[in-house]
Design a protein around this ligand. Structure first.
Ligand code: ATP
Ligand code: MG
Length: 416
């Protein structure tokens, strides 16, 4: 294509640097700057939209840095990334190349160096749409894990505690479990399990269309207990970087790699949560033995009913049930009757065990054998039986589905 212009995107958090590069490039007839981004995350989104031939990528940026963004972009978009940074030492260069950059130039580059590098990067850009397609097809034959979503409209009901312990109990030598922190603004799974969330949901949500196990494993955090964790975004404002549909795709991609995917949620009944309910195999509602919590749950269940939610996949547990009969708390059975829900488990309130577990950063079912671990383990057994009802071990070929069907929710589809 002799008269095709080289479509260039500039990524730099300093607007002045963006402008300087754009000005230099504007003097060349065979080049056009088609877009800008000032963070790694923005770069991913923008690159996907505008499909540049060449990306000039700064390294140090807020949120995701240029190297991480390059890693994801070069796996998903057929373009060349050129790193452009004030740090010109060898270590940075090596990391940039490992991330998939085709070249590295020091900042500020001379005009001649810039033009030559851009033309060279354009020539070397991959055309791997085919590879991406193959990857998707490969994914289509993976096995199907089960998705448990844990939710409560009541803050502090113990959703995170229950989710952490369900995932820990489901994991075994033969079964892989992952805990996803979808409490996007104030997720605290990493606090419960004492782990940093350097890499998190944002990284996978941004690459939702091309997820494979390699990418997933780069982001997933390994806990000493063997549990795998996909952490929530680091800061509340980063929640916006996770679109509901992309979160759904991430969870479904995880279900192709793990036997059990347990999802911790926030109390917001927003698109994020509703979408998770839709793709869940079981939704576990966590209640408290008190009237306000029961009332909130009633409101939620009514609303879900109106939305056509398939109530046959819901489960109900009551957490933080005082062991002292004279506490004044409602009797779990009464709460169940009030809500016309069968109570799958009443988990006692045992503060000391919970504080110990939190302080040690391990699930309570690991840190103690007695209550409430026993109840939580029993509950996990019940949930697994529910999840595995009708699970038939099929040959890999049986899981192949047309791409269109999978997009619509595929094998789980039509649950609302
Ligand atoms: N069965 C229990 N016995 C005693 N304490 C508990 C129990 N379950 C949870 N807790 C404690 O209650 C507090 C809130 O629990 P958790 O963070 O799991 O709730 P949550 O529903 O996820 O809250 P949020 O709305 O903030 O996400 C924590 O300090 C936890 O240790
Ligand atoms: Mg929580």
């Amino acid at each position: 294509m002799a008269d095709e212009k080289i479509r260039i995107m500039i990524v730099d958090d300093v607007v002045e640097s963006q402008k300087n590069l754009a000005r230099l490039l504007s003097f060349e007839n065979d080049m056009e700057v088609i877009g800008f981004a000032s963070t790694g995350a923005e770069a991913l989104e923008e690159a996907r939209k505008i499909q540049p031939h060449v990306i000039l990528m700064d390294i140090n940026m807020p949120d995701m840095d240029g190297i991480r963004a390059t890693e994801i972009i070069t796996k998903s978009i057929p373009c060349s990334v050129v790193m452009i940074s004030v740090q010109s030492d060898r270590d940075y260069m090596r990391r940039a190349m490992q991330a998939g950059a085709v070249d590295f130039i020091a900042k500020p580059p001379s005009a001649e160096e810039l033009y030559a590098t851009v033309r060279n990067a354009y020539q070397r850009r991959p055309t791997f749409t085919k590879e991406i397609k193959e990857k998707k097809e490969e994914r289509a034959v993976k096995v199907s894990g089960k998705i448990l979503v844990v939710y409560s409209p009541q803050g502090g009901a113990g959703v995170t505690t229950v989710a952490v312990n369900m995932a820990a109990a489901m994991m075994s030598d033969y079964h892989r479990a992952i805990l996803v922190d979808a409490n996007l603004q104030f997720g605290d799974v990493v606090v419960h399990l004492d782990r940093p969330n350097e890499r998190n949901l944002v990284d996978l949500a941004q690459a939702a269309d091309i997820l494979d196990n390699e990418l997933i494993q780069q982001v997933v955090i390994q806990h000493d207990s063997g549990l795998n964790i996909l952490a929530a975004p680091k800061r509340p404002e980063e929640a916006e970087l996770v679109a509901p549909a992309n979160l759904g795709k991430v969870v479904q991609a995880l279900a192709e790699q793990y036997d059990y995917v347990v999802v911790d949620t926030s109390l917001h009944l927003d698109d994020i949560t509703l979408n998770l309910f839709e793709i869940a195999d079981v939704v576990m509602f966590v209640g408290l033995p008190m009237i306000p919590a029961a009332k909130n749950l009633r409101v939620v269940l009514d609303l879900l009913n109106q939305l056509g939610f398939d109530s046959s996949k819901s489960m109900f547990v009551i957490n933080r049930v005082p062991t002292d009969k004279r506490s004044g708390a409602l009797n779990p059975e009464d709460v169940g009757n009030l809500l016309k829900l069968q109570v799958a488990a009443a988990i006692p309130s045992v503060e000391k065990a919970m504080y110990d577990a939190l302080n040690r950063g391990v699930p309570v079912i690991i840190s103690t054998k007695s209550s409430p671990s026993k109840e939580l383990r029993d509950l996990a057994q019940v949930v697994m039986e529910r999840l595995n009802q009708g699970r038939i071990e099929l040959d890999e070929d049986d899981f192949v589905q047309p791409e269109g069907d999978r997009q619509k929710g595929g094998r789980r589809g039509g649950l609302f």
